[in-house]
Design a protein around this ligand. Sequence first.
Ligand SMILES: [Zn+2]
Length: 297
Amino acid sequence: MIRIARGAEPRGLKTAARRRLEAAVRVFNAHGGPSEALTAMLDGYNARATKLALYKAQHEKCAWCERETDFSSSPVEHYRPKDGAWRHLPGEKGRVDAGHYWWLTWTWSNLLFSCARCNDAGHKANYFPLRAGTGPAAVPAAPVPLPPPEPLAGVSAEHPLLIDPAGGEDPLDHITWVPTSKSFDRRDWIWTPLGLTDEGDATIAVLKLGELADRAQGHVRTKLLPSVEEMEEHLSAGRVQSAHRRWTRLLEDNLAPAAPLSAFTWHALHYLVPAAYRRQHGLADPTRPGAPRGAGR
Ligand SMILES: [Zn+2]
């Protein structure tokens, strides 16, 4: 997972958001709170232009697992779930806030493009755990005035455990990948995601990122190691310039915004080409993939 910059809100979404939120508020007010009728109205956030804007901003990759993802079969995902928030983690006793966060269904800063795996019921689903000892944002109380105030209910004081790839923080600081089984041959190392923070742990658990271990190993075998070995051959033959060129191209190709699994690559390269080896041969440090700091929102 890398930092994402969504860019400007599509104009069509802005218009639809106002219209649909107002209609939802009328139903909310009529029922005096959330209802099945309200739930039935929580759609229309995934117009083609909205999805395409997210798809392009995310360089055609899933916001969560960073795999290249097919446009047509993949969903628009809500960072804060639109129809009830699960505060527990997978395997824990269920704690659900049923009234959260219907009013963010059409909010640009709450939308992401995701692969079907990461979005499905066994992964992100409606999980939205908060840091222990902190509470959720207050839900809107009926009757909500019309036109609805913006924002209808603020969420900025919440302390989510799920990392927001477009929230400004760098996911690289929360989740790393380590080789947990280091056989002699680097091709056979088994890679595991590891939380560096509570947020990292929770995000790995919710998205079951450990399931991507085979994918990570395949990436090392087919994308990274062939280039690393070529570079090493140049170095051992004394072709320093060729080695440096190979290394530079490896970094450019695999840490570019559109490169699949670039967060994994960044972490993996620290084991495949360790800092001491890089220093010894004057090889540049890998630069962090993802949108620049401050470009998250
Ligand atoms: Zn995914």
